[in-house]
Write a protein that binds this ligand. Structure first.
Ligand SMILES: Cc1cc2nc3c(=O)[nH]c(=O)nc-3n(C[C@H](O)[C@H](O)[C@H](O)COP(=O)(O)O)c2cc1C
Length: 144
């Protein structure tokens, strides 16, 4: 299945999660800073991840999602994740990304998920890479 993992990352933590997911899915992880709308041509599974910044996905992820014309993702499976700190109200960027992907026509094949960092700059908490690999492995099963 032709898969693309798109991520944004300020301090490298979301990148690490994106790469772990991509490896499990035998896919490419590409920074949103390098993506063009043509990058999603021909893909069958799209995973999008962002750090939570003020309860939302980053502006670059939002711009990427906004640039996708409605219906463009029909026939494409998709899922979303975010990275966040453990605070009382983290917000949920992944859920917002999932919703936007669905609105563009994608079939959401997994619940969105959050991965935890210790502080704003990281590091990822222990076990989060394994959690990412398991989330991706579950997605892989659902595509079969
Ligand atoms: C400006 C800013 C706003 C943030 N807002 C939130 C937030 O609302 N909720 C949350 O859980 N984490 C928040 N964080 C923590 C980020 O989620 C954390 O920096 C991120 O997961 C690290 O991933 P990265 O290394 O890929 O950027 C914020 C961080 C920054 C720098």
């Amino acid at each position: 299945m032709k898969t693309l993992v798109v991520y944004d990352s300020n301090f490298g933590n979301t990148k690490k999660i994106a790469e772990a997911i991509a490896e499990t899915l035998k896919a490419r992880a590409i920074s949103v800073k390098e993506i063009t709308i043509d990058s999603i041509k021909g893909i069958e599974l799209l995973i999008v991840g962002s750090p939570i910044n003020a309860w939302r996905p980053t502006t670059k992820i939002k711009d990427f999602l906004d640039a996708i014309t409605p219906g463009k993702l029909s026939g494409i499976k998709a899922a979303a994740f975010d990275t966040r700190v453990k605070i009382f109200i983290s917000g949920n960027a992944a859920k917002k990304i999932s919703k936007a992907l669905g609105e563009k026509g994608a079939a959401i094949i997994s619940d969105s998920i959050g991965f935890y960092v210790k502080d704003n700059e990281g590091p990822l908490l222990d076990g989060e890479i394994t959690k990412a690999q398991q989330w991706a492995a579950d997605i892989l099963q659902k595509t079969k």
